[in-house]
Design a binder for this molecule. Sequence first.
Ligand code: ATP
Ligand code: MG
Length: 289
Amino acid sequence: MPLLRLAIQKSGRLTEESLELMQECGIDFNKSGGKLKASAYNFPLEFLFLRDDDIPEYIADGVADLGIVGENVIAEENGKLSAPVEIVERLGFSRCRLSLAVARGVEYGSVQSLQGKRIATSFPNILQGFLQENGVNAEIHEISGSVEIAPSIGLADAICDIVSSGSTLLSNGLVEVETIFRSEAVLLSRPNLPPAKQRTLDNLRFRIQSVNRAKHNKYILLNARNEAVSAILNLLPGMKSPTVLPLAESGWSSIHAVVQEDTFWEIIEKLRAAGAEGILVVPIEKMIV
Ligand code: ATP
Ligand code: MG
């Protein structure tokens, strides 16, 4: 298979989980500190370690074929790239939002209150798009970091910045008033890869999907009296259908099924009420469908 080049953030919030995902996909490589490049031992993939903001342009240029960045970065840069790049997979980590915030105590009715105001941000394009959609004219101050201090030093009336828990805003005396973009890490690709590289990408995507599907599901094993089995089966989905096996003790069965994480606690309670006992919940490592 031909070599694909995947750009990963060198050091930052995306790095650890990007590398972990590669490991979960069974792709081994040696990343000893400080290197800019590494090759996988057991998959036709070469890693480039770069600053996240540079990754979309490296893909547009053809230096890299693929990259992992926050969706906010690609939304910000898309129109500015020398060639289009596309999102081929959503990765589910580094979830955050881009929000507008104002100083505590400042009156904020709606986005119209920002008319004529100064807003500091590292994401001028996303912000401009949002303001335009809402018919608001404001002065955008682009700054590359420490955006949250802009109101307290008199640089801006409001900020537009990345928020996850909101604790940074809180400690800077700011209140989140509007979410304008939701982001997670995404896999980017150059469109129209040569067919052989495309096959390698398809293989990588298949592995990523199997890993991520597994993360959203649990394997449940439980015991029940035979009379309770049909009521329990009605509560359980499964990849095909739940498995029912007789236990050594007569009159009892063991039931195995795959349950989605987001419905998990709700189902467990219903299972107990229906007579399930000895419930075991096991993580799934890969889920191939
Ligand atoms: P670089 O030095 O590579 O340019 P950076 O400082 O621009 O790094 P990071 O702070 O490492 O970027 O963030 C990388 C990405 O992680 C962001 O673009 C965003 O998608 C996501 N992110 C940022 N802050 C958070 C957060 N608090 N919680 C979750 N995800 C976040
Ligand atoms: Mg950056």
